[in-house]
Every structure is written in C-alpha cells, then in structure tokens.
Design a protein. Sequence first.
Length: 284
Amino acid sequence: MSINFPLLLVIAVAVCGALALADLLFFAPRRRAAIQAYEGRAGSIDQSTLEALNKEPLLIEYGKSFFPVLAIVLVLRSFLIEPFQIPSGSMIPTLEVGDFILVNKFAYGIRLPVVDTKVIEVSDPKRGDVMVFRYPSDPNINYIKRVIGLPGDKVRYSSDKRLFINDTPVAETLIGEEPGSLGSARLFEEKLGEAEHLIRKEMGRYRIEPDREWTVPAGHYFMMGDNRDNSNDSRYWQDAHIPADLAGMVPDHNIVGKAFAVWMSWPDPKLSNLPHFSRVGLIH
C-alpha cells in the first residue's frame, strides 16, 4: 500500500497548528487565570505549585513543538525543493540507481499540496528538461524522465533508433562503446533544445515496432528515459482508462518539478555500503 506523504504532512501540520491555536486562545489564558487566583489567595507562594499550574498538557506541548518544524518542511517540500532517490536505471548514464536528487518544485508553477492545483504560473517545461511527474496510470508513483515532446510536437522513433521531432532528426554524436558492454551498448551525446546530455542505446535490442509516431496533445508532454532501450516511458504506456490519443502522454497537472542536482549516491544500502558524493553535481 502506497503512503500519501503530502497528505499526511498536511494533516500533521493542521493538527499541530490547531493544538497550538487552542493553547493560545483557551488553555494558556486558563493557566494564567489559575496562577493569578492562586497568588491572590495564597499566603506564601510555592514554586512547585506555580510550575504545576503553568504546565502545558503533554499533547499541547508536543503540538506546539512540532508545528513550526512541520510547517517549514511543508513549505520547503511543497513549494521549493523536494528530494527523491532514483530507483531504476532508466536514466543511465545521466542518473544512476541510488542517486539522491533535488527537484525544483516552483520551476513549472506553484501548486497547492495534495490537490496539486497550479495557482501561480512560472514557466512551462522545455524540451530536454529532466522532469519528475506522477505516473499517469498510477498517480501515487513518481517517475523521472526527459522531456522529449512538447504540446503540438510530432515525435517519431525510427527503426535505426533515431529520434525525430517534427520530422527533424535530433542531433546526436557517437561517443563510443559503453565500457564493459562488449560492444552491445553505445553512448551518444544528444542535443535536445538547449540541453546536451548523454544517452545509452543497446544496438541489438528492439522493444517496439519501428517508426512509431506520436502527436503530443495540448497540455501534455512526451517523456523518454536516457537509457533508451531500458526505460518504461511514453513509448510503452497503455491504460484502458486513458483515451487512445492520450496514451503515453503526461498531463500538465501530473508534473512534480524539474530535477536539477545530484547531492548524494547510495546504490544499495542493503549491502551495508556507505553513501558517497562522487556524483554530486548539476543534472544536464
């Protein structure tokens, strides 16, 4: 069962905030009134009695303590920056399994937490951006891919593994064979818009029929992984509940943010290996 962390965080902030407000409006005045009454009738003041009268209920104490911390986390995570960990190799060589990345939440507009309604326009995704989004068939799952097609674009992937956008081949340069692949995989430098990045192709592997073509509808985006033959992306998504013309497309309201940096890598904590920082840097 997946956990809706944003919803839990909003509920926690609301509960702690309500406890802090209740203390401010009701419980704190009652404590002050009790202390004043005691001081007015007591011949001598007992410090321990004063402390007992001024003591906050345990629930109120916890609520007031956690509220500012949770509120800051909510603001940072919802509107500024959210961390993610890469679970698969679909973005190799740009991102590797175990990379911890930072995602800019306001790059494509300010959205309300939980409901994800955009309230402030900032900018639209650009071709070549590395973007985190909610998987259209299951919005509880976050995916990360590269933006290939913008609204209105015609995308084609040819039999010789070339990418075409609006009938124009995307520029790519062969870098060489992937080390250790024994010639089965090659690395290319691809230029999508202003983005220059590496992609990986397995030259003897074909997962889809050649020369498929897609037209990107308004308000949607076509996504692909940089590990072109090992990526579950817009080329393959099918869902009986999604109209045929929208199959494989990521709607704007599913966007989470733009991935911009790797801050740590930890490939397999189960093996007890330590995290490392050799891959720290900006994402291209």
